[in-house]
Ligand binder design. Structure first.
Ligand code: XMP
Length: 318
């Protein structure tokens, strides 16, 4: 596609011109936007780019390992993996209010990123995967959802960080970012990943977060996502995940009575994420997912399917 290669070549030139021989830092999340931005900037300036990947301990199963494989090994990006799990989990101890949890996670993220970015000597630029809809959203008057749910990704960095911004995707829509990503050689399944919220599993474990609950949720969520891919359903839904409720119920396994957590399978279809309907996934598919989660994940003995639309429900549960 000549338009895409043109765009890429031109942007690569612009990045080189702007950056010169200076160093650039980028917060890599493993999501589509920051990954495409990273690979594009790396194409332009190679190892002048350092990516910082913060493992908050609230990521999906094996996320940090996969990011290191996909982008560190395969694309040779220079990535500093910061394992801050303990820090985040400790700070979250004793907190069950959703907004409080968001604040803690957001603040902690900024603190970790700030610390790490200052360890990279002489860095002049901070690169971000800001895309056109982010630009628009941050300019418009914040609606009620901005108040209900603080800490969205845009503008999440502290102002005292005196970097110059580098935002090569600022003019692109999501579908264009995906095309650029594929043109750069990023595998299709990575470029078409569902969005994942900044606070991560911290807002998908209702109430108080613990390491044990994170492990349980990671396993259950991984099974659901695997099955969506296997059954060619992943790209037919906009966002899918599992939520862990702090509610135990009675079940039976063999001759044993069980008393374990409840997981909720959530899948939404939407165009703009402002309104959404629950995905009408086939019964036999849901049956398979439920059986696998209950049989394979210790700590869950009941699975429910979320049939709420947005509004009045939101896509996430917190
Ligand atoms: P809701 O739950 O408000 O979610 O219907 C709409 C979309 O926004 C995502 N979301 C977030 N993304 N930081 C993010 O980066 C957040 O704090 C956050 N909260 C919700 C959610 O996953 C969905 O795609």
């Amino acid at each position: 596609n000549w338009r895409l290669t043109n765009y890429i070549d031109q942007t690569v030139e612009e990045i080189r011109e702007k950056v010169g021989d200076q160093k650039v830092i980028l917060g890599l999340s493993g999501g589509v936007d920051s990954s495409v931005a990273a690979v594009l900037i790396h194409k332009a300036i190679g190892d002048q780019l350092t990516c910082i990947f913060v493992d908050t301990g609230l990521l999906r199963k094996d996320e940090a390992r996969k990011v290191m494989e996909n982008y560190g090994e395969h694309f040779h990006l220079n990535i500093k993996l910061i394992d801050a799990s303990e820090r985040f989990l400790n700070r979250l101890k004793g907190t069950s209010d959703p907004e409080e949890k968001r604040k803690i996670i957001g603040n902690e993220f900024v603190a970790v990123f700030d610390e790490e970015s200052h360890k990279i000597e002489g860095a002049k630029f901070l690169a971000q995967g800001t895309i056109y809809p982010d630009v628009i959203e941050s300019q418009s008057v914040k609606g009620p959802s901005a108040v209900i749910k603080s800490h969205h990704n845009v503008g999440g960095l502290p102002e005292e960080m005196d970097f110059q911004l580098l935002e090569p995707l600022r003019e692109l829509f999501k579908d264009e970012v995906r095309k650029v990503g594929e043109e750069l050689g990023i595998p299709h399944h990575l470029v078409y990943r569902h969005p994942f919220p900044g606070p991560g599993l911290g807002i998908r474990i209702l109430g108080e977060v613990s390491e044990e609950k994170v492990k349980i949720l990671q396993e259950a969520d991984d099974i659901f996502i695997q099955e969506l891919y296997k059954n060619n359903l992943y790209e037919k839904v906009s966002q899918a995940f599992v939520v862990l409720l702090p509610v135990k119920s009675v079940g039976v396994m063999g001759d044993e009575r069980t008393y374990e957590y409840t997981a909720v399978v959530r899948s939404a279809n939407t165009v703009d994420f402002m309104t959404a309907e629950f995905s009408k996934l086939p019964w036999d598919f849901l049956e398979k997912v439920s059986n696998r989660i209950i049989n394979e994940v210790r700590g869950i003995n009941r699975v429910a399917y979320d049939i709420s639309s947005k509004p009045p429900a939101t896509i996430e549960w917190e």
